[in-house]
Design a protein around this ligand. Structure first.
Ligand code: EPZ
Length: 418
């Protein structure tokens, strides 16, 4: 079993290059199913576990997949089945995008229900609402979603909840539908815009991604194309928060600073120095930080995926901080582990009340989900003494070589395999 062993206390100095956005790439790969001819060549794809999982699934469906160094070529002209019912589908949340892509092109799909981080109920009712509005019949049985449609006809769909997954999934389903589909109350995350841009590069007609209303005009066919995935806003935020917690000066490179605005604003409020450049941000911290209040919100609000790393930082800030996790009902599992390291945190439902302490102390802790793992790594890097983080497989789903990147910045961290 692998674990990360960290001797904390080192400040971080140097450059860290951010990979392609996980939450864009895990949608763009299934979206290549929509191309009935040509090959999709995609660059800046993060070589993480979720991507490896999707490659296995796409090959099972009949796609020709050639993976290179942070790039992948996919030829979906010869899909042999619309049944995505292999175990890999249950390992990740983003496998639900196979539903929209297969339904769109083949008017039928049978996809195992998704897995993913245990951070709340995570229903897919808005996805189903969208598919049914377009004219599909959806049934859930034997642990899988079966979707069929004679044809898909554009309509107006209002999402009851702002949902990244539902917004993207119904965008996929509507690209080849008859007529115009208008999606209202949609998610505006950078990765939603990236998927829309990818689909338009394939020949789709999508307008308004990044605003409250997305309009999709159905087309006859989509083709292979060349595309490059945007930088990962969440990985960038993770390294920015880690630098604030450990002290030092780090250039976080290959980013889009605008995507990081809410994270930068909160770190500046705490007393961290942030300098924005064209495609990088420089983070400087003397660890003399004051507590702030955080409420996670859909983009452009503070991203829920950076809440857990940020909670770690707030355990070391002066005074009291209140964290309101408004998106998920169970995204504080890392807090019990932080308390083993000396953090002073009280959880009341979706609210965490954090009173800063002078120092965390190293301990044996366990990651229960992807971003909780990142939060515990940051805690170990900042703590006094040795921390062992179990559950590295969760971290590897979303961060490529996390220990190598931190080691290159001066951290004393290594991956140990028992
Ligand atoms: C995506 O999950 C991301 N995952 C999550 O990142 C991220 O936390 C989340 O968006 C919010 O930004 C991927 O992109 C693969 P949602 P998703 O649908 O699509 C409720 C990470 O760490 N909801 O925007 O599942 C839902 O329960 C992961 O990289 C419904 O009620 O999130 C949640 O409370 C973790 N019905 C809220 O909406 C639905 O049909 C937002 O969920 C769908 C969602």
């Amino acid at each position: 079993m692998e674990r990360l062993v960290i001797n904390g206390g080192n400040p971080l100095f140097g450059d860290v290059n951010i990979n392609g956005a996980k939450n864009a790439a895990v949608a763009i790969l299934p979206a290549t199913i929509l191309a009935s001819k040509g090959v999709c060549h995609i660059d800046n794809v993060p070589n993480i576990e979720d991507i490896n999982c999707l490659e296995t699934i796409l090959k099972y469906l009949g796609c020709k997949v050639e993976a290179g160094n942070n790039c992948i070529s996919i030829d979906s002209s010869n899909i042999v089945t619309t049944n995505a019912t292999i175990p890999e589908v249950r390992k990740m949340r983003a496998s639900y995008y196979l539903q929209g892509a297969l339904l769109s092109r083949f008017k039928k799909a049978r996809v195992e229900l998704p897995g993913g981080c245990p951070i709340g109920d995570r229903p897919i009712d808005q996805h189903i609402k969208g598919f049914e509005a377009l004219g599909a019949t959806v049934t859930i049985e034997h642990g899988a979603v079966s979707i069929e449609a004679e044809k898909l006809v554009g309509t107006t769909i209002y999402f009851d909840v702002v949902s990244v997954g539902a917004t993207i999934n119904i965008m996929l389903a509507a690209t080849l539908a008859e007529g115009v589909t208008v999606l209202e109350n949609v998610a505006k995350e950078p990765h939603v815009v990236d998927v829309a841009n990818f689909l338009n590069t394939m020949g789709a007609k999508i307008k308004g991604a990044g605003t409250d209303v997305i309009k999709i005009t159905g087309v006859e066919e989509l083709c292979g194309c060349n595309y490059s995935v945007i930088p990962d806003q969440i990985e960038a935020g993770t390294f920015m928060v880690a630098t604030a917690a450990c002290g030092g000066e780090v250039n976080v490179t290959n980013v889009i600073p605008k995507h990081l605005e809410s994270i930068s604003a909160k770190l500046i409020e705490m007393g961290v120095e942030i300098v924005e450049h064209d495609d990088s941000v420089t983070v400087k911290s003397d660890k003399n930080l004051k507590g702030v209040n955080i409420k996670t919100l859909p983009y452009p609000g503070f991203p829920t995926d950076v809440q857990q790393p940020m909670s770690t930082l707030l355990t070391l800030a002066k005074g009291r901080s209140i964290v309101n996790e408004s998106i998920y009902e169970n995204r504080f599992k890392h807090v019990d582990e932080l308390k083993r390291m000396g953090a002073n945190v009280k959880i009341e439902g979706k609210i965490a009340i954090i009173d800063g302490v002078e120092r965390l102390s190293g301990a044996h802790v366990k990651a229960t989900d992807l971003r909780a793992g990142a939060a515990l790594v940051i805690a170990g890097l900042a703590a006094k003494g040795t921390t062992e983080v179990e559950g590295v497989e969760h971290i590897d789903r979303g961060y490529l070589d996390i220990e190598k990147k931190f080691k290159a910045l001066g951290a004393d961290i290594k991956r140990v395999n028992d």
